[in-house]
Design a binder for this molecule. Structure first.
Ligand SMILES: [Zn+2]
Length: 180
């Protein structure tokens, strides 16, 4: 089974970082993507990345690569932010396209539930959004926001190898739960 893992943004993307500047969002997204790939490859999955290490691949390029790949599922990995300074918003939320079919909804709920049980963070639920990665892709696609860079405690978690592993384990588990 072929899977697309998408680490949101790129290493140089403006803005996307913790308020103290210590972590760029891409570094979290990319680390989790690598761990998911290692786990799934060990289970016999083929994992392709729609991001690249040295640039912020444009969304259009990401979605057309995903659509051409023949992959059956897509997960776009992100870390959240509420404003530009530390604030109380916290927890994990996942997004699907508003008109997504039942299989995508099921995948989204599996990912959300799996992330919450693996991390024990606040459950902000499965939501809908008109994001390009969800709208312009042809396979079931879910965007996960694994915690807030703008929440003091979650910013520390997002930088820890242990928390990244927990997120990767949850994402891999949800993928293996999806029958063909
Ligand atoms: Zn993001």
């Amino acid at each position: 089974m072929k899977i697309i893992i998408d680490a949101g943004h790129g290493p140089g993307t403006i803005g996307k970082r913790t308020p103290d500047g210590r972590m760029r969002e891409f570094h979290f997204n990319n680390a989790v993507a690598e761990e998911v790939k290692n786990r799934l490859a060990a289970d016999g999955y083929t994992v392709l990345f729609s991001h690249q290490q040295d640039r912020d691949v444009p969304l259009k390029e990401r979605t057309s690569f995903a659509n051409r790949s023949g992959a059956e599922l897509l997960v776009s990995i992100h870390a959240n932010a509420a404003g530009n300074s530390y604030s109380p918003a916290q927890g994990i939320e996942s997004f699907i396209y508003p008109a997504a079919p039942a299989r995508t909804r099921k995948f989204g709920q599996l990912l959300q539930d799996s992330l919450i049980s693996s991390t024990q963070r606040k459950d902000r639920g499965l939501k809908t959004a008109d994001f390009a990665m969800l709208r312009d892709t042809t396979m079931p696609a879910v965007l996960v926001e694994c915690g807030f860079m703008t929440h003091k405690h979650e910013a520390a978690l997002l930088q820890s190898a242990e928390y990244r592993k927990r997120c990767a384990r949850a994402i891999s588990f949800a993928i293996t739960c999806m029958e063909r």
